[in-house]
Design a protein around this ligand. Structure first.
Ligand code: 13P
Ligand code: SF4
Length: 327
């Protein structure tokens, strides 16, 4: 029985208790007050960043938080498409990203020019774009989705429309299986999640034979098929809270382990290994460091800019997603 997502009301997860900020974290909290900033952090950020954030969550929760933000500055600790999304939904704020080079292999796999050419050759297609894409790709799409609401969104697309799902073929394949709707899949993938293999999962299962496996839908099908639950990073927290197991194997980026340990401190979380590594880091997510967070608040840069015509066009499918996801 899949776990369900309910975004309202938002719950800001508690900090580690007792939370004793380091000198640089103290400096960040003070700068945050001075600059009237809010810090939004994705679940894959390092522990030191998650602990100074006002909200830690998945792409969907962060999009809602970004849209509702009243502070003058949104310091977005995640990757570029996430900060760009914040700017699209809340253009009146200054949106900072600690490292402007923090990209995403999925976003890179779908250049807007290629999608535009494909659409021109197949004008009947309804484009559902995973939020892991550029503002230009969003502007070419009919609706956006995240891993947390992809099934729900695809189910809302008029039944007579043929769907092109971009850019993650693994998430798209999972959604097609869950909804029963045939989807044309763009050949993109997350370089980090495709590193999980059956062999590596079986190895860790020998050590933790009773632990259920929770996997992100960006994993390949052979790994998803081994999982007890396939879901977004936010739903992993819900799964961990509700499952009776004391030990849980987690097949996603390693930062997730901190969020899980912070919110479900009485359970043991085991990072699923890859064939070459004990856990799995996204090199883009890890470009943000606590020092870069401090420097961004101090200097007010790097700031995200999106040309107004692109922003206005990208907002339409994003807003459609936010509206379709509300209960
Ligand atoms: P979530 O929205 O599930 O947190 O996923 C974002 C992401 O980039 C996964 O790799
Ligand atoms: Fe992109 Fe994969 Fe990193 Fe997520 S984990 S930001 S999908 S490269």
């Amino acid at each position: 029985m899949p776990v369900e997502l309910n975004y309202e009301p938002h719950v800001v997860p508690p900090r580690r208790v007792p939370f004793r900020p380091s000198p640089i974290q103290e400096e960040i909290l003070e700068l945050k007050r001075q600059r009237n900033a809010v810090i939004l952090a994705h679940n894959y950020q390092v522990e030191a960043i998650q602990d100074v954030a006002d909200f830690v969550g998945d792409s969907l929760g962060l999009s809602y938080q970004a849209q509702a933000a009243q502070a003058e500055v949104i310091l977005f600790c995640g990757v570029h498409f996430m900060a760009e999304t914040a700017k699209i939904v809340n253009p009146g704020r200054v949106v900072l990203l600690p490292d402007l080079h923090a990209g995403c292999s999925l976003a890179d796999s779908c250049p807007a020019s290629r999608l535009a050419a494909y659409k021109a050759a197949h004008p009947h297609l309804y484009v559902v774009a995973y939020i892991n894409c550029s503002a230009e790709v969003k502007a070419l799409s009919d609706v956006i989705c995240t891993s947390g609401n992809a099934v729900q969104i695809v189910n809302r697309v008029p039944a007579d429309r043929e769907i092109l799902f971009v850019p993650d073929q693994n998430l798209g394949q999972w959604v097609a299986q869950r909804t029963g709707r045939p989807l044309q899949l763009w050949p993109g993938s997350c370089y980090a999640h495709v590193q999980f293999t059956i062999q590596a999962i079986e190895r860790v299962r020998l050590r933790f034979p009773d632990a259920p496996l929770v996997a992100h839908p960006e994993c390949v099908q052979s790994v998803r098929d081994l999982a007890d639950e396939v879901c977004s990073t936010e739903l992993m927290v819900k799964f961990a809270k509700s499952h009776p197991a004391r030990e849980i194997i987690v097949a996603t980026e390693s930062g997730m382990l901190h969020r899980l340990r912070r919110e479900v401190p009485d359970k043991t979380f085991v990072a699923a290994p890859t064939d070459s590594c004990a856990c799995n880091d996204c090199r883009f997510m890890k470009m943000n460091t606590i020092e870069k967070v401090r420097d961004a608040l101090k200097s007010g840069s790097p700031a995200i800019a999106v040309p107004e015509a692109t922003r206005a066009a990208a907002l339409i499918p994003l807003q459609r997603m936010l509206d379709w996801s509300r209960r």
